[in-house]
Design a protein around this ligand. Structure first.
Ligand code: IVH
Length: 686
């Protein structure tokens, strides 16, 4: 192994003896050296010098930085202790969308995935990268010319939170990439990975928190997320966070051809990858690997909840594409969920935003896979009867997908005879309104459209991050707004004044001001898909809201659409279409739309064109009039495919300033027409 030439001398000159120029040189040398030993210690687990020696080098650097504060660089190893606290985390837009994995539980479904890949690629064999599925949170890291520039959480996939200052404190994240013989330092490298807290460190951390009377966390994932999303990075610096890098994003300047090569390249650049990872060439071998990992799961020092299989060749990724937000070239095969037995203390009916009454079992609290479970939804009356669940029963509770717990079945042997059957109430537990259950439907609903419980839930949904994203509109405040008659429908939110709000309990002038501002801001920035989603139309999730927005351009058009137009939307079923029709035919909802418009909540969306239908385009270099993301959005808006690598399937390569060399070469190789920005703008319709 190549040894690093040491810059540390037996008796290094004291900082006072150095000229500023010499100090600068020495600081740079020390940073290189510290980063090198950091890598040996944290990544390779093979330190070359003692801790004391390391501390001495660091002290030398600190002395220089103290004397010449303007010589401090953001990537200095001395900065790992954290930066001054922030008011709030900013946001960062990902250059390419951060996708999530489709998850399966059964071997059959996994084999089906394998077969589909073979079929779609028209191939006889498939090579995949097999990786553990880490249970932490995903983070995107951007390195420019080898230096860590930004780090952001996944967020909604398009935009995440800026956690750069916090990430800089994680020792496993290099602030500078290592130089490697095999890989030139990439000009622009966007890598993704999972930040996690190891199991042992988590247990010790929680014990410490408890002793100090501070908040404890239910599982390592929550602890990792809580630690990373701190406003004060000095707190993050004290949390035992680690990382595994698992992806080089498409917008990076030089990406190898396969996922396994990406992992090797990341490793060579000093980015920690997981040693369990393997290349696998058959479905049987993949099944074997899954079983092996399942056996090893409890012995690993970190939590995993399944295995991830990724088609190895990156050009195949483009061929397979994505569906919804899931790539079709990868799959997460989850481990079976964990199960425990506990007792149902009582059952309560909760009212949701559509008025639906959901029976919820209140349990004797039980820990399942590290999380305390104290209540669980029983879904509806039929489900209670089908499983014959009674108050006082012992039940098996499972955390499906390791997140949402549910009752699997009753343990009949444990019945004493004192268990009581349960029926949902005939009157709404919140407003006393009549509860009805239309024939053929499983769900019972409170019939009172102005039931406060319904209104509260709708407001919460409307203000949630994926909808209007109104900061500070939490559960307690929403309850106060409704209970004090300040908000009777969603449009009333936009009329709230600081005076209205300061009348509320525990609401100071400053918080009132920020809420009014947040509401005003949400109106400015809301897009049509988010608004449609936020309205809480039954069955309309985020994906469908996006499709509706692209088809109807504005809320008014959606409201006036005929049933046929709605039915013709791709993938739209009868139930969903009629739910939308029913919603928009309701007088209150029509009035709501009008009131929202009058208050300036009326975003418009460009109708989706079809100028690029069936065409595949790649954008390279910088365009003058738009970012690469915007260019790709414009391509998709015209039903084209925007991909990141040039192949024989590419129709046009859009060339901006400083185009990528590989892309230009590939375009020539595959005889792909190159076009400039002007021509591109013509293609997308100006
Ligand atoms: S790849 C499309 N690889 O799972 C590529 N993700 O549902 C998506 N995760 O947000 C990421 N281990 O937090 C990938 N080896 C692994 C992973 C992994 C865990 C998480 C990650 C991501 C989620 C996707």
């Amino acid at each position: 192994m190549a040894k690093k030439k040491s810059t540390s001398r037996k008796n290094p000159p004291k900082v006072d003896d150095l000229t500023k120029k010499e100090a600068k040189k020495r600081a740079e040398a020390l940073r290189d050296e510290l980063e090198y030993h950091n890598h040996r210690y944290y990544i390779l687990d093979d330190p070359e010098i003692s801790d004391a020696e390391y501390d001495r080098l660091k002290a030398d650097l600190e002395a220089i930085e103290e004397k010449y504060p303007d010589l401090v660089t953001p990537d200095s190893p001395t900065r790992r202790v954290g930066a001054p606290p922030k008011e709030e985390l900013g946001t960062i837009r990902h250059e390419t969308r951060m996708l999530s994995l489709r998850a399966v539980q059964e071997e059959d479904d996994f084999r089906h995935f394998w077969q589909t890949c073979l079929d779609e690629l028209n191939a006889k064999r498939l090579s995949v990268a097999a990786e553990p599925k880490y249970d932490g949170l995903s983070v995107e890291f951007v390195y420019d010319n080898g230096r860590l520039e930004t780090a952001s959480t996944r967020g909604d996939g398009e935009t995440g939170e800026d956690v750069t200052a916090n990430v800089r404190t994680i020792h496993e994240v290099p602030l500078r990439l290592r130089e490697s013989k095999d890989h030139a330092t990439p000009r622009h490298l966007v890598v993704r990975g999972e930040v996690y807290m190891p199991k042992k460190e988590f247990a010790a951390f929680n014990r410490r928190q408890e002793k100090e009377g501070k908040k404890t966390f239910a599982n390592p994932r929550n602890a990792a997320a809580g630690s990373l999303r701190q406003l004060d990075s000095k707190i993050t610096a004290r949390r035992p966070l680690r990382v595994f890098f698992y992806e080089i994003a498409p917008s990076s300047s030089n990406r190898p051809d396969t996922q396994t090569q990406c992992l090797e390249m990341m490793k060579a650049l000093g980015l920690k990858t997981n040693p369990e990872t393997e290349r696998i060439e058959s479905a049987d071998k993949a099944v074997e690997w899954y079983r092996k990992m399942s056996d090893r799961r409890d012995k690993l020092p970190y939590e995993i909840d399944g295995c991830v299989f990724k088609v190895n060749r990156l050009d195949d990724h483009e061929k397979l594409g994505t569906r919804a937000a899931n790539p079709r070239w990868a799959i997460a095969w989850k481990f079976p969920p964990r199960r425990e037995t506990t007792k149902i203390k009582r059952i309560e009916a909760q009212v949701g935003r559509t008025g639906a009454l959901t029976p919820v079992a209140i349990l004797e609290p039980v820990r399942i896979g590290g999380v305390e479970v104290s209540h669980v939804s029983l879904h509806n009356q039929d489900e209670i009867e089908r499983k014959d669940i009674r108050i006082g029963d012992h039940v098996h509770v499972e955390r499906a997908g390791d997140v949402i717990p549910h009752v699997v079945r009753v343990v009949e042997q444990k019945r004493s005879g004192h268990e009581k059957k349960y029926r949902l109430p005939k009157k709404c537990p919140v407003c006393g309104g009549e509860v009805v259950r239309p024939e053929g439907e499983a769900v019972a609903r409170c019939n009172n459209a102005s039931c406060p419980a319904r209104l509260k839930e709708s407001i919460r949904h409307f203000g949630s991050r994926q909808a209007l994203d109104i900061d500070g509109l939490g559960e307690k405040l929403v309850a106060q707004l409704v209970d004090n008659g300040l908000v009777e429908d969603l449009a009333d939110l936009f009329e709230l004044s600081v005076d209205d709000l300061t009348q509320l309990d525990r609401m100071g002038e400053k918080s009132a001001q920020s809420l009014v501002e947040a509401i005003g801001k949400s109106k400015e920035k809301v897009t049509l898909p988010r608004l449609i989603y936020g309205l809480g139309i039954p069955h309309v999730g985020r994906a469908l809201a996006g499709d509706l927005a692209a088809t109807f351009e504005s809320l008014d058009e959606l409201i006036d659409a005929d049933d046929d137009d709605l039915m013709q939307l791709e993938g739209m079923g009868r139930t969903v279409a009629s739910a939308i029709v029913q919603w928009r035919d309701n007088r209150r909802n029509r009035k709501l739309i009008r009131r929202l418009r009058e208050r300036g909540v009326d975003p418009k969306q460009k109708r989706r064109g079809s100028r690029l239908k069936g065409k595949t385009l790649v954008v390279t270099g910088t365009l003058d009039s738009m970012t690469r993301d915007e260019a790709q959005e414009a391509i998709r808006a015209q039903r084209g495919r925007a991909t990141s690598g040039v192949s024989e399937n590419t129709d046009w390569l859009v060339v901006g300033d400083n185009p990528g060399r590989t892309k230009m070469r590939d375009a020539e190789k595959h005889d792909v027409e190159t076009i400039d920005e002007k021509r591109f703008r013509e293609l997308i319709g100006g």
